[in-house]
Design a protein around this ligand. Sequence first.
Ligand SMILES: NC(=O)c1ccc[n+]([C@@H]2O[C@H](COP(=O)([O-])OP(=O)(O)OC[C@H]3O[C@@H](n4cnc5c(N)ncnc54)[C@H](O)[C@@H]3O)[C@@H](O)[C@H]2O)c1
Length: 391
Amino acid sequence: MSEMDALNPNNAGKNEDDIIDTSKKLRVGIIGTGWIAGSHIIEYKKMPDVEIIAGADLIPGKAEAFFKANGIEGARCYPSHKELLDNEDLDAVSVCTYNAQHAPCAIYALEKGVNVLLEKPMCVTIEEAAEIVKAEKASGKVLSIGFQPRFDANMKLIKQICESGTLGKIYYIQTGGGRRRGIPTPFGTTFIEKETGGIGALGDIGCYSLDMVLNAIGYPKPLTVSGYKSSFFGNSPKYFTSEGKPAHYAKLFGVDDFAAAFVRLEGDIILDFRIAWAMNLDTPGDTIIMGTNGSLRIPSTECWNGSVGGPMKLYTDIEGLGVETEIPIIDETWQKGLFYQKIRSFLDAVKNGGSAPVPSSQIIYNQAIIDGIAKSALAGKEIDVEIPCLE
Ligand SMILES: NC(=O)c1ccc[n+]([C@@H]2O[C@H](COP(=O)([O-])OP(=O)(O)OC[C@H]3O[C@@H](n4cnc5c(N)ncnc54)[C@H](O)[C@@H]3O)[C@@H](O)[C@H]2O)c1
């Protein structure tokens, strides 16, 4: 429910589902029926204005089993995104494939005139991101990228603090985080193989920590990147998982498990970034946002997936006195979940002709930094950030 809807006296006592206009049902498809598709379908099932029409997966029988497990009868199943989009008349799709298939699926859907909710990270390279934006512009459809932490009240507060001017001019940001042992292989190896994941920790959790701070400060354009990446843990036959079991996937590991960068942003802002799926350390540091009038410390979490690890601290100066204010974590467990809000806000934009809740015009900069880190690491020197669709 929007804030305006909630304030409308006619809506008093009603919950959101009573207010959703169900006169037209949105015809939805799911591309890629793996792990995260499960979180999408749970939320779609809660929406009274959604009909789940069809799904696709490259693995034979996977889409059928997925719909059966989720109690959806009559959904048609296809062997890839192409057959699905060629044969169905859909309003929207969730693209829930592994990273390397984000671009082909999103582009094909947009070309077919279908609105797209694309899982994070946007894709693998900046060239792919530019092609996605080109298809989005040509289609006039809604493309929203799946950054659900955007809907978290703590994340909104970080943005409010930055925008309020309390920090003064923001000139330096440190962000990132990671896990001591946490190379993700939830149900297979699609995150860690080059052909499927494309990028490792850098894209998987790095994109969240970049979004947290860049969104807070209005997504300034990245100008240069000096990046580093490595894969000492994933490539080691001696890597043990967090459960203490030998991992046995060193030969398959084809992405980064650690990345770091020094990024210059428009507006004379420095971004110092580091992210790890595995390291011999508890955390590579909290997120800090430093300004001329104050600074904000945002504690890192143990696994870094886009949340706040503890009460934040605001450091200000009052008449020469250093003051520290603790900002308690906002507990939102009473509210509908972040995934619900990410999907609902996308569907509302589709229905009302609104703009994407998490637009590509911002996330293209997120992808440009990720891509810049990969390219700079390969070149072994600082590089200028080039964004093909903006050149
Ligand atoms: N937002 C979040 O909280 C969150 C959490 C986990 C994963 N993700 C993202 O979701 C994506 C998928 O992750 P996952 O863990 O579900 O992976 P997964 O490997 O479990 O599932 C991906 C599925 O997509 C299928 N697929 C690939 N290309 C396809 C195509 N062209 N047509 C049809 N099916 C295709 C694969 O066969 C596989 O079954 C990743 O990009 C990941 O970063 C997001």
